[in-house]
Design a protein around this ligand. Structure first.
Ligand code: NDP
Length: 419
């Protein structure tokens, strides 16, 4: 019996909302709020008659704490599910604190305007101190830990697939499979084909910022940064086949390095086809990936936002995408004094996802764990005040829920390792 406020109604949020509505005995009331309220109204219309969840909609600009507080105070939810963009994380956390409500999201904070001098000053210090130059890091949200603890509230950060499920896999490996984990390789493979020459599977702006940035990994207590796409490996993925994958910086490396005691190396690889990389390089070379505003015919535009307007909406890829995703973690370490390896992963079929919820597998593999994160908080399975990432909670109920609600996982002992 819970009342939740969902912010955002894009590709990922629509899956999370549909999955919550399938569990209407828990998610009894839900307000879907976003900038473009017509999208929320359309989703409500689609769901009515198919769920007992009592749905309402609202228009909110989540960059505005005042608007958020007014909505939270009038709706009175137990939990705010932030499935908008990482740009809104801090204003939504501020509003949750002010109104005394629990919080969760699917991606860590990153600023929309990376040319803001105040933000840049802190960013440049962090690049120098930590040794990685991604625009996002956990420090902004971790700074809320004491305030959430004092208020007796929980903030669950990054409950998508990666971040999210990958950290549950790590917590599970630490709890059940290993006495000591030495290395973690997170492999994110999308073997799907949508038939477009170039499109991104989730928000293009966030996606292109992430993959065009330098890669980095954690080794022996520090970050090692390398030029974008400069470390390439081939891997034969179960259910997908051989794919090229590239080392990227990824947010969960930062929290796992803190929470998986004694880990020596953590890397993250994602698969990309040659066509994607060629398009991305070309767009980057002509300045279309820039986040800095430029003047065009008398008005200011941000090149990457203009590009987003031209690219297919990720939420529209569902009916055209065929193939499978395979995302998981390969561990090496020790158990009972012996060397051991294990690979925990999920295979998800784009067409099956479309049949179930009308979306492709990238939105599905993110939206389902968002629902599961909310379920953990609302049912009290995860219950501690403060700001936490997924691996800081007991993985068992989350791993059970993954099997139950559409993302079954398997363990392969002695997998092929990545060199
Ligand atoms: P979309 O761009 O499809 O949707 C974003 C939604 O947020 C839209 O409904 C948008 O409204 C709304 N929104 C944006 N700005 C505001 C604002 N200021 N106020 C209110 N609503 C706003 O994004 P996705 O669904 O692809 O991604 C959602 C989140 O999931 C992102 O944070 C992304 O980084 C994360 N993600 C996480 C993954 C993981 O594995 N952990 C994987 C993939 C994505 P409008 O329609 O008006 O634009």
């Amino acid at each position: 019996m819970a009342k939740v406020l969902v912010i955002g109604c894009g590709g990922v949020a629509q899956v999370a909302i549909k999955k919550c509505c399938m569990l209407d005995e828990v998610f009894t009331e839900m307000c879907i709020a976003s900038r473009t309220v017509s999208k929320c109204d359309e989703l409500k219309r689609q769901l009515e008659g198919k769920t007992k969840t009592k749905l309402t909609t609202a228009k909110v600009n989540a960059d505005d704490k005042g608007e958020l507080c007014a909505l939270i105070k009038s709706y009175k939810p137990e939990l705010v599910m932030n499935i908008a963009l990482p740009y809104q994380d801090l204003t939504i956390m501020d509003a949750c604190l002010e109104c005394g409500v629990n919080y969760m999201d699917t991606a860590n904070y990153e600023p929309e305007d990376t040319s803001d001098p105040k933000w840049r000053e802190r960013y440049e210090k962090r690049c120098e101190k930590e040794g990685f130059s991604a625009y996002f890091d956990y420090s902004y949200q971790w700074e809320y830990a004491e305030k959430f603890k004092k208020a007796g509230l929980t903030a669950l950060l990054g409950s998508g697939f990666d971040p999210g499920v990958t950290q549950a896999y790590c917590a599970y490996a630490q709890k059940h499979l290993f006495d000591k984990i030495e290395t973690i390789d997170i492999l994110d493979c999308n073997g799907g084909d949508h038939g477009y020459p170039f499109a991104t599977n989730f928000n293009p702006e966030i996606n292109l910022r992430e993959v065009s940035a330098p890669g980095s990994y954690w080794e022996n207590g520090k970050w090692v940064e390398v030029p974008a796409m400069s470390i390439k490996r081939e891997y034969d993925f179960d259910g997908v086949g051989k794919k090229d994958m590239y080392l990227l910086h990824h947010e969960e490396i930062e929290s796992l390095a803190k929470n998986i005691k004694g880990v020596k190396r953590i890397r993250f690889f994602m698969t990309f086809g040659q066509s994607y990389l060629t398009h991305m390089k070309c767009l980057e070379n002509v300045g279309m990936l820039s986040t800095e505003p430029i003047m065009f015919e008398g008005r200011e535009i941000v090149p990457i936002q203009f590009l987003k307007a031209l690219l297919p909406d990720p939420a529209s890829l569902g009916p055209r995408t065929k193939g499978k995703t395979n995302i998981g973690c390969i561990f090496t370490g020790e158990k009972d004094g012996k060397k051991k390896t294990a690979y925990i992963y999920n295979i998800c079929d784009h067409e099956e996802c479309f049949k179930e919820v009308g979306s492709q597998a990238v939105a599905y593999t993110t939206g389902v764990p968002a629902m599961i994160g909310a379920l953990m908080l609302l049912t009290g399975k995860w219950d501690k005040a403060g700001v936490y990432t997924v691996e800081e909670f007991d993985p068992d109920p989350y791993m059970d829920a993954l099997n139950k609600y559409g993302l079954p996982w398997q363990i392969c002992e002695n997998p092929v390792l990545v060199d």
